[in-house]
Design a protein. Structure first.
Length: 511
């Protein structure tokens, strides 16, 4: 993991920090003006939620439907808690907050001795002060008095900032979901599912942490359960227990009636080898969404080069195959399937260096390769070694971005160094949005937010995807916009809650 020293910036980074701050301040002022204007709108929305009571208790007789029936599409993005560090310097407020419906916060890890979940980086999650020079301004904005010392009420860290942002962005709403696991935590899932006590602790701790930190749901990312007796069934048991625990929290808050909902999703493998032995139909009873990881189809581990996030191909390694496999083989409701897209490229150093000028893509895929190329200065050393390129740094210098409509993938090729990089661009994002609409899928998500091009809207992937959906993006407010949730929180945690000072403030300003 990256060290904490990364936040001691040089002079240029101080300047760029100040610039970012200036932008943030402007944004927040804008958002707050909106929130004043739309205050009544917000209470109307909450009232509408109440009216929709009597919703079916999930996980019972039939498969759970997605909780945004009949409305627009999900447009989500993962934010990783290592993003604030050099050379990324990417913060929650950088995300296109006006355009997303879900932010998935990666990752929480499992303690294999207790089964409980823990922060992977508590400084980044809960301590880093993203408001520091902004504090006085913020308190002025949230209660009209700059000098009442309220700057200490704002929750810290990336999690705190996201909670704050989702509360002040009341016109455009998004949920923030806690993501547990990830590639490096898969061993611990294997351990806890073997032991009922660890499993119970995992479930209790996940739901408790989710609520205490103000998340709107849980996303499980076990990469991947193995094909043997215990793991697929263990996964099912874990998901079921988690859903039931979330249900019980909901009924405690809403007094038995399920009026609002903590979301449960799974970041799922998107290829047959890892899917066919999972009890998908059974798991489907308990989850709201399947975040299908329809990317990483090719990489350093592959035998030949290939597009890594292609929608179609001659093989089974493509998004379309995975989606239809879920629908046709397991009967999953297409609206619960979310198409994963990559805000990064994967590179290959192609061995056979004999290319025609302006080579066609057919020369670039299915080739023998020798490594994934050298990392360049602008990207993480770790990412570079893996051949990962943030989208914002693509196409590679001195190359031209190309698009392959047959496979639905962008790519660029550095002929001089024989480096081939495939990735999603605005064209593939738009085509994928059309695919999502045509197949009545739930929507799409990106791994991960730091790759997005923020400085040029016409390069923005999220904007292109949403445009492809005709901006029909569903955004429901965070469950914490419901004052009964806030009251429950304050009763439960008293003065010790992570969000207590801020929620008390929100509570009193709404009296
Ligand atoms: C938005 O998408 C939903 C889900 O597909 C659909 O039911 C609805 O009609 C769409 N709305 C518009 C305005 O296109
Ligand atoms: C299932 O496979 C995993 C990984 O190969 C292994 O650790 C575990 O012990 C296996 N469990 C059983 C019951 O075979
Ligand atoms: C923004 O991106 C578009 C499309 O790639 C490009 O034509 C334009 O020059 C870019 N603008 C800036 C200011 O970089």
């Amino acid at each position: 993991m990256v060290g904490h020293s990364a936040h001691h910036g040089s002079r240029t980074s101080v300047i760029s920090h100040l610039l970012i701050l200036l932008i943030v301040i402007t944004l927040i002022i804008e958002m707050c003006l909106y929130s004043r204007i739309f205050k009544n709108q917000r209470s109307d929305d909450i009232r509408d939620n109440f009216k929709n009571g009597g919703r079916q208790v999930p996980g019972m007789a039939q498969n759970q439907g997605p909780h945004i029936e009949g409305e627009g599409f999900l447009s989500g993005v993962y934010y990783s808690n290592w993003s604030p560090y050099k050379p990324r310097f990417h913060f929650p407020h950088d995300i296109n907050l006006m355009q997303v419906s879900h932010i998935y916060y990666a990752f929480f890890k499992i303690n294999p001795r207790t089964g409980g979940i823990e922060n992977t980086d508590s400084w980044s999650d809960l301590e880093m002060n993203l408001y520091k020079p902004l504090a006085i301004k913020s308190s002025e904005l949230i209660n009209g008095n700059p000098n009442n010392g309220n700057q200490n009420i704002l929750p810290l860290g990336c999690i705190g900032e996201l909670f704050y942002l989702k509360n002040i962005c009341s016109d455009k709403k998004f949920k923030v979901i806690m993501s547990i696991g990830g590639w490096s935590d898969s061993e611990n899932f294997k351990i806890i599912i073997k032991d009922n006590k660890l499993l119970k602790n995992f479930v209790d701790s996940s739901v408790e942490t989710m609520f205490r930190l103000g998340f709107d749901g849980v996303d499980l990312d076990w990469e991947f359960p193995e094909n043997n007796q215990s793991e697929p069934q263990g996964y099912l048991k874990l998901v079921k227990m988690l859903r039931l625990k979330l249900n019980s929290l909901e009924s405690q808050i809403f007094g038995g009636r399920v009026e609002d909902h903590f979301q449960l999703s799974i970041a799922a493998p998107a290829f047959k080898d890892k899917l066919f032995y999972l009890p998908i139909t059974e798991i489907d009873q308990y989850v709201d969404y399947w975040n299908m990881m329809t990317y990483d189809y090719y990489g350093s581990w592959s035998e030949t080069t290939g597009y890594h996030s292609n929608l179609f191909s001659e093989t089974e390694l493509n998004g379309n195959f995975a989606m239809h496999y879920m629908i046709d083989k397991f009967g999953v409701n297409s609206r619960k399937l979310v198409l994963g897209m990559a805000a990064y490229g994967r590179s290959f150093h192609i061995k056979d260096n004999k290319f025609e000028p302006f080579s066609q893509n057919s020369v670039l895929i299915n080739k023998i390769f020798k490594g994934v190329g050298k990392p360049t200065k602008e990207i993480d050393k770790a990412d570079g070694k893996e051949g990962i390129w943030p989208y914002k740094n693509l196409p590679k210098k001195d190359t031209i971005e190309q698009y392959d409509p047959k496979y639905v993938s962008a790519y660029c090729f550095d002929e001089k160094n024989s480096i081939f990089i495939s990735y999603d661009n605005t064209k593939s994002a738009k085509t994928k949005a059309e695919y999502v609409m045509h197949n009545k899928l739930g929507g799409g998500f990106w791994w991960e937010s730091c790759g997005e091009a923020y400085t040029n809207e016409s390069r923005s992937l999220i904007n292109a995807f949403n445009e492809g959906l005709h901006f029909n993006v569903s955004s429901k407010p965070s469950i914490f916009q419901d004052m009964r949730v806030v009251k429950y929180y304050l009763n439960k945690y008293g003065d010790d809650g992570f969000l207590t000072p801020y929620l008390k403030h929100l509570d009193s300003s709404k009296q």
